[in-house]
Ligand binder design. Structure first.
Ligand code: ZN
Ligand code: ZN
Length: 346
């Protein structure tokens, strides 16, 4: 049987290919019929540069199990599932010491077949499949970025009464707002540029106080020294400015967005005497799916506020261009395959 799958090559080339499903599946693998896949910031930065060869892409996946290989006893055809983008092995020293968050040795889906999430089908290891029910696939596919947001919030170690500032109101930052509030934050202030109006409106709907300004953070003095926790989902160059927002003893939690030059400079004396902390959040392995699926199902994370566009797989190139060119009008774009099987030619 033939199916459609999207491939990307930098800079900004995107094409649909017709692939053939294999007759049998590898041991402990399942075939997923994809129902929804979100476009992520990393998809955009890979499209921009770093993909020298054509590659399949898309990793924020929700779908239905269509076929099961051997040794997948706990799964059934017809199960609705989301996919962990990486996992932990359960056997290495990190895992045995209870630090599964530092392991990345489990099988994953990145090289398990010729297609990834922007596709009609995907072959994946059974261990990265997480069942869900009670929500649409579009909502469920937010589990992957929601897990990233949750990791950032947990890394920040927010306590009751904390004043929290969010720098970077993309989908991950926005999902972190209700999580920070549920973690006990007294207030969440979201700072962003005025051109990102749709994202700032969403931040307000999610419970943040919005400060829209085109001044650099270093010049927004009314914000300096005010926050116990700062969450940064913006290019690394924002970190030195964002450190100024921290109050004495504050913690900055940073999730990196692809950048060519990762070097920054900041005043280590100020860092030392104000007892600041800078922490990296890197949600690999992808943990917390059960928790974030609950948040998505309950509406703690309102999917309708995060998803700005739903587009068919055949428009993937246009969807990528739209994300690149109009950050002001897009938040999360979700791609849904037509589920129409290609004819048996070619
Ligand atoms: Zn992602
Ligand atoms: Zn391990």
């Amino acid at each position: 049987m033939f199916y459609q799958s999207a491939y990307v090559k930098s800079p900004w080339n995107c094409e649909l290919r017709t692939l053939q499903l294999p007759d049998s599946l590898p041991d402990a693998h399942v075939l997923i019929r994809i129902e929804a896949c979100g476009i992520c910031g990393t998809d955009l930065s890979h499209a921009e540069n770093g993909m020298e060869e054509w590659q399949p892409f898309g990793h924020e996946v929700a779908g239905v199990i269509e076929r099961i290989g051997s040794h997948c006893d706990d799964l059934q055809v017809g199960d609705t599932v989301v996919l962990e983008s990486s996992g932990f092995c359960g056997r290495c020293d990190w895992c045995r010491d209870g630090r599964v968050d530092l392991c990345n040795k489990a099988p994953n889906f990145w090289k398990s077949g010729p297609s990834l999430g922007f596709s009609e089908y995907m072959i994946v290891p059974a261990c990265c499949v997480v069942r869900y029910e009670g929500m649409t696939p579009e909502t469920a596919c937010l589990a992957e970025p929601a897990g990233v947001a949750y990791d950032m919030v947990k890394t920040a170690d927010i306590r009751h009464g904390d004043r929290v500032c969010l720098v970077g109101p993309g989908p991950i930052g926005l999902m972190a707002i209700p999580m920070a509030i549920r973690s006990g934050a007294d207030e969440v202030v979201c700072v962003g540029r005025t051109r990102n109006r749709k994202r700032l409106e969403a931040a307000e709907m999610l419970g943040a106080r919005v400060v829209a300004s085109d001044l650099p953070l270093s010049e927004q003095e009314e914000l300096h020294g005010r926050f116990d926790r700062v969450l940064v989902t913006a290019p690394v160059q924002m970190i030195p400015q964002a450190l100024r927002l921290l109050a004495y003893g504050g913690i900055l939690s940073y999730i990196g967005i692809g950048t060519e030059d990762g070097r920054i400079e900041f005043d280590a004396n100020d860092f030392h005497y104000r007892k600041l902390q800078l922490r990296a959040s890197f949600a690999s392995p992808a943990l917390y799916y059960p928790t974030v699926l609950k948040m998505l199902k309950k509406g703690t994370i309102p999917a309708d506020t995060i998803i700005s566009h739903r587009m068919p797989l055949r428009d993937i190139a246009g969807a990528m261009t739209m994300c690149k060119e109009d950050k002001g009008a897009t938040i999360k774009v979700v791609i849904t395959p037509e589920r129409r099987r290609a004819s048996n030619e070619g």
